[in-house]
Design a protein around this ligand. Structure first.
Ligand SMILES: Nc1ncnc2c1ncn2[C@@H]1O[C@H](COP(=O)(O)OP(=O)(O)OP(=O)(O)O)[C@@H](O)[C@H]1O
Ligand SMILES: [Mg+2]
Length: 264
């Protein structure tokens, strides 16, 4: 479903600020794989997401979605196959627009040009049904401006918008990191439900080790632009936080330097 082949990315090449963000990264995801991604700060996790979604081009290597090389395809075009939720609750939604207007934008994504942005009674019913799946009462506040919602509500809405058009791939980059623990847990369980229900092929970056172990069927660990460990379904069941951190130390020769790490 998603193949990343020998992707490398260097920032500021040839200067004192040269940074290796990705070095020959290779990753294959099958349809329905839910992969959690952990790693130290600056390991290249967000860069990997940016290259998959087309925000930036790699210096070398290719990205394939469904066996199609999408490396030359724009971020805008890829957005019909890729849903994304960011860390910042402000990033995924338009604050001055209402909940239903935001959903109308998400609904339009990937659809034929000329689809009206107006909310009709038919689309309103679809939106209400989708919102009620979240189970947090947003279906009763469809006319409310999104700027008035809490961070957790906005992330839940962002998640719904990112998955509205049933993308082939869902990318989550620390999407619960800015939330307090209770809201983070709510958005995490919504994520788990949506991913399972829609069988979405998903990459989720998290600093929460317990979450990285509990969610998904696979786990990858990154350091210095490389995927240094892949844990597959059969082994993931037996992982513990201690084992995971131990593996990191053993492979990289250092302790995991992550200023936001949550052990669970
Ligand atoms: N636009 C950029 N310009 C220059 N350097 C960058 C840019 N984006 C990322 N980098 C550098 O590339 C490396 C990888 O960064 P990246 O953001 O992918 O790491 P990360 O694993 O997401 O880290 P974090 O856990 O802190 O979010 C880092 O050294 C970073 O400083
Ligand atoms: Mg990052």
């Amino acid at each position: 479903m998603l193949r990343i082949e020998a992707v490398s990315k260097l920032f500021n090449p040839g200067t004192v600020d040269e940074k290796i963000a990705l070095m020959n990264a290779k990753l294959h995801l099958k349809q329905g794989d839910f992969v959690t991604v952990i790693g130290s700060n600056g390991a290249g996790k967000s860069t990997l997401m940016n290259i998959i979604s087309g925000v930036m081009a790699p210096d070398a290597g290719e990205v394939y979605i469904d066996n199609k090389d999408v490396s030359q395809i724009s971020e805008y075009k890829r957005s019909q196959w890729i849903g994304r939720v960011f860390q910042d609750p402000m990033a995924g939604t338009a604050p001055r627009m209402t909940i239903e207007e935001n959903l109308a934008i998400a609904y339009k994504r990937g659809k034929t040009r000329g689809f009206s942005l107006g909310v009709t009674s038919r689309t309103r019913k679809i939106f209400r049904d989708e919102l009620s799946r979240l189970g947090i009462g947003l279906e009763n506040r469809m006319g409310a401006k999104v700027g008035m919602l809490s961070g957790g509500e906005r992330q839940a809405l962002s998640l719904l918008m990112a998955t509205f058009t049933r993308p082939q791939i869902l990318l989550l980059d620390e999407h619960t990191a800015a939330l307090d623990p209770a809201r983070a847990e709510l958005v995490t369980s919504l994520t788990d439900n949506i991913v399972k229900e829609l069988k979405l092929t998903t990459l989720m970056v998290t600093h929460n080790m317990e979450q990285a172990i509990r969610l998904g069927n696979r786990l990858i660990m990154m350091d210095k632009g490389q995927i240094i460990l892949q844990v597959n379904e059969d082994r993931k069941k037996y992982l513990t936080v201690e084992r995971l951190l131990g593996e990191f130390e053993q492979i990289s020769g250092k302790k995991m330097a992550d200023d936001r790490v949550v052990l669970g």
